[in-house]
Design a protein. Sequence first.
Length: 127
Amino acid sequence: MADNKTILIAEDSSVILNLTKKILELQNYKILTAKNGSEVIKQVENNKIDAILMDLNIPIKNGMECSKEIRAHKDDQISNIPIIAVTGNANNYTMEDFKEVGINEYLPKPLDFDMLVQTVKKHTGEL
């Protein structure tokens, strides 16, 4: 089960954040949240995180910039956290763009919650 696995949700929309949080909590994940790019970096430096759901359109530093910064981190535990991009604007990006900044996978909005759970489980080693 997902006990002891911590997921960071980087999302500036309270509605999407709360819904995603509830769904993952039902799967027994511990949830941390960040509403902007600086909070994302703070959370990964202060907590052990098993995967990040990264909205690409968050304020201060967008999801692409955060992903790049996480991948360049000197601490291996941080630089290797799986990053799952979440975006309603996937047309603005290619898989190449995602790979370039170190994003492992992406989920389109509106979120398919079954797919969300499955993707998180895959990246936290539970599938």
